[in-house]
Design a protein around this ligand. Structure first.
Ligand code: ADP
Ligand code: ADP
Length: 224
């Protein structure tokens, strides 16, 4: 998957949240999108996912405008900071959700959910409900749910922000391993510099709506 962001701008009222941002991303990388709170990271991610339209500019996925592709065919998975699991559904049904709405068959759903339970270390938890899980477990369910329909791009909006520091550190290691196992292109939003450096292959630094820097963590932090 190749993603190209061309001169994207977005305002809310007279506040410019995203200002003339361009970049492109190639397959298989974990990109850290770093910057202070209110800098425009979430807005950029929502535009990338086609959840919000830019005022100017366009996003292209493999050469096609994202808004010309039906949402279920965009090949994008999303994980938010606040879990956003379905409370009335157990782990199995949460993970299966994206397959159920795509009308996958029962046997196929079962096979895929079992794969994801193994991949995310949740085997044995399939009958639990979200309130019976720890924060870290819930967020692993959110990853499994996002990955179930085999997206080409995974968008992560501060996925570990609501989790305490010790577990957050374990989850970062877990995430790096997961991403390298499945080889999916991912964008990881964070306002935590240490987290970005630890997780990302490449970083985009966004401040006051502008893309300030792009490069490897090493090149960014050894720049004068
Ligand atoms: P970040 O993710 O970096 O914290 P956001 O993209 O959430 O930044 O927000 C960028 C700016 O745009 C902030 O000033 C925020 O208040 C504003 N903003 C974001 N979404 C909306 C919205 N739907 N309506 C009005 N203002 C918004
Ligand atoms: P984040 O923690 O990622 O910055 P926020 O808590 O700022 O997210 O925003 C959560 C949601 O509220 C987003 O959908 C964002 O677009 C919207 N939002 C953010 N700021 C505003 C605002 N000033 N007015 C209206 N909606 C906003």
């Amino acid at each position: 998957m190749h993603i190209e962001v061309r001169s994207v701008s977005k305002s809310f009222g007279n506040h410019q949240a995203v200002s003339d941002v361009s970049f492109s991303i190639n397959r298989g990388k974990l990109i850290g999108l770093l910057g202070p709170s209110g800098g425009g990271k979430s807005t950029l991610l929502r535009i990338l996912a086609g959840l919000e339209s830019p005022d100017k500019g366009d996003i292209y996925i493999n050469g096609k405008r994202v808004n010309d592709i039906a949402p279920q065919h965009r090949g994008i998975g999303f994980v938010f900071q606040n879990y956003a699991l379905f409370k009335h559904m157990n782990v199995f049904d949460n993970i299966a959700f994206g397959l159920t709405i795509r009308k996958a068959g029962k046997a196929q759903i079962k096979e895929r959910v079992n794969e994801l339970l193994d991949l995310t270390g949740l085997r044995g938890f399939e009958h639990r409900y979200p309130h019976e899980l720890s924060g870290g477990q819930r967020q692993r369910v959110a990853f499994a749910r996002a990955l179930a329909p085999k997206p080409d791009l995974l968008l992560l909006d501060e996925p570990f922000a609501a989790i305490d520091a010790k577990v957050r550190k374990e989850l970062r290691t877990w995430l790096k391993q997961l991403i390298s196992t499945i080889g999916i292109t991912s964008i990881f939003v964070t306002h935590d510099q240490d987290e970005a450096v630890e997780v990302a292959d490449e970083m985009l630094i966004v401040q006051q709506g502008k893309l300030e820097q792009q490069g490897s963590p090493v090149s960014i932090y050894t720049d004068p």
